[in-house]
Design a protein around this ligand. Structure first.
Ligand code: AMP
Length: 523
């Protein structure tokens, strides 16, 4: 079987700067709202144009040239979206960082990406100033959640007119870091065309209507909240209800004003746990979309029974944008991620022989398309390992395509853990635990968790006779060095690690052994 491709209807990127693609779709009446925050603040399209103009002018005045990086580690806010668009408008490369990253993690990103400008939270400025200076960052600015900080203050003094910097379709527009299995994060370089083509396809595939209102409760340092959600709204020239974070009470209160919500599976399990989720509460909604981690078939069914809505599950990743989606009009099948999107070629390959597999055969998923990135930032070797000479990117996800063309994800070749929608690569946590005195080795796995989907769980082999760390000490050490979502929720100790004939730790056995840990705790 050849790659499954659906070319019909593939919207092609017209070229140029991504901001201009959006601007051409802004509503004629610029007084219409682009976003409304949960504190009741509204940003209209007129204000969006004006603010991105001022911010872009400031960036240019700071010496930002085409291709220069703007690294950003701030809390979600309207100004944060303005900064994303202004960076693109100024021809820069937007580089968002999870606010949960520690100083040591930020040090790596700044050293690797060498941004010209770094924007951090006002309260983190003192802690990060030295780190930024050591990495050669020319300008450190701050941005708070209420339009406070040195960035908005300085931008306010700049003129609002700014000629968008002309860019080629394949010029970089953003770098998003993905955690590496080796513990080193890789920067996925996304071009204007990668982002623009994906947004055009999703906007059409999900049937956006002029009066759609998107409920936005996702973080915006990740492809899902930043590109999938926000770019669809921008292309639609419509508005979004912009929540600082997911909160089931707030989401339920806003559903009557929204028509589309995009969420991670955890959103849906939390909504299901709320008595306020009823058919009436969701009556105004047109579409619920889920992605970034597997949605349990049970969640899909329960949500359908409670609200009458079949959640539309889609699949994608940082390096590729969105790849597959269940249909808007056809059958949305629980436990599948739907069909390859228009323009995306998807094939399932035998990881050993490289042979392309047929219907229902399980193998590694490879993809190609205008949305697929062209490489990792300054990692040509890694890029060559993961993008084949014929242009197909090896996703590392294990899956199959069934007889009806629906794609199923059955596992992750790279042992990625997805906890509450955040990716955790075991190797990174293991490196921290292994470095502790009295530890021989650790294996970190994801085990089912009723709320987070998967919970980071560490299995540790201590040195016999030595005073190794206990559970609390392992957790404390991880908290010191890692973002909170990566810290193990439980730590178990073993006398021996289960291994296969090749000497590799059998993580599947560890997952099975601890599979009931969190369900038991809840019961
Ligand atoms: P990220 O780069 O953070 O977007 O993570 C991408 C990874 O998330 C993919 O390679 C998949 O392993 C996983 N993923 C995303 N969407 C789904 C989905 N609908 N079902 C299963 N896994 C998913």
């Amino acid at each position: 079987m050849n790659a499954t491709t659906t070319d019909d209807g593939a919207a092609s990127y017209p070229g140029g700067n991504l901001y201009e693609l959006f601007r051409a779709r802004f509503p004629q009446d610029r007084s219409r709202p682009f976003l409304e925050t949960d504190t009741g603040r509204t940003v209209t399209y007129a204000e969006l144009e004006e603010l991105t103009g001022r911010y872009a002018r400031l960036l240019a005045d700071l010496g930002l040239k085409k291709g220069d990086r703007v690294a950003v580690q701030v809390e979600k806010s309207a100004e944060n979206i303005v900064l994303y668009l202004a960076t693109v408008r100024a021809g820069g490369v937007y580089l968002p960082l999870n606010p949960a990253y520690t100083r040591a993690e930020v040090e790596y990103f700044l050293g690797d990406a060498e941004p010209r400008v770094f924007v951090c939270r006002p309260d983190a400025e003192a802690e990060l100033a030295g780190t930024a200076a050591a990495a050669g960052v020319a300008h450190l600015l701050t941005l708070g959640t209420e339009g406070d900080g040195t960035l908005p203050a300085r931008a306010a003094a700049c003129a609002p007119d700014f000629d968008t910097v002309p860019c080629a379709a394949d010029d970089p527009a953003a770098i998003l870091y993905t955690s590496g299995t080796t513990g080193r994060s890789k920067g996925a370089v996304m071009s204007h065309a990668n982002l623009g083509s994906n947004a055009l396809v999703l906007h059409a595939y999900w049937g956006f209507r002029p009066d759609d209102v998107l409920l936005h409760a996702l973080p915006i340092f990740h492809t899902h909240g930043l590109f999938v959600a926000t770019n669809c709204v921008l292309l639609n020239g419509s508005s979004m209800l912009f929540l600082a974070k997911f909160d089931a009470d707030r989401v339920l209160a806003l559903l009557p004003r929204a028509t589309v919500m995009m969420g991670v599976p955890t959103f849906y399990t939390r909504l299901l746990a709320h008595p306020g989720l009823t058919r009436a509460a969701a009556a105004h909604m047109r579409l619920f979309i889920s992605g970034s981690a597997p949605l349990l078939a049970d969640t899909h069914r329960e949500f359908g029974a409670r609200t009458g809505h079949a959640i539309l599950e889609r699949y994608g990743m940082t390096e590729t944008g969105m790849l597959t989606s269940n249909p808007l009009d056809g059958e949305r099948i629980a436990g599948t991620v739907g069909f390859p999107l228009p323009g995306v070629s998807l094939r399932v390959v035998d990881p050993e022989s490289g042979a392309i597999l047929g219907t229902d055969a399980i193998g590694v998923i490879e993809v190609k398309g205008p949305n697929v990135f062209s490489g990792y930032w300054r990692m040509p070797e890694k890029t060559r390992q993961e993008i084949k000479p014929d242009g197909f990117f090896i996703t590392g996800d294990v899956g199959k395509v069934d007889g009806r063309g629906y794609v199923h994800i059955v596992g992750r070749a790279k042992d990625l853990i997805i906890s509450g929608g955040f990716n955790v690569y075991p190797k990174e946590v293991e490196t921290v635990v292994d470095a502790l005195d009295g530890v021989v080795e650790s294996a970190v796995v994801g085990v089912p968790h009723p709320d987070f989907g998967e919970a980071v769980t560490a299995v540790v082999l201590r040195k016999p006779g030595a005073a190794g760390p206990d559970e609390a000490a392992v957790i404390a050490a991880c908290k010191d060095r890692l973002a909170n979502f990566k810290v193990p929720k439980r730590v178990f100790f073993v006398e021996e690690m289960p291994r296969n004939a090749m000497g590799k730790v059998q993580k599947n056995l560890l997952r099975d052994r601890h599979a009931d840990t969190f369900n038991k705790e809840k019961a």
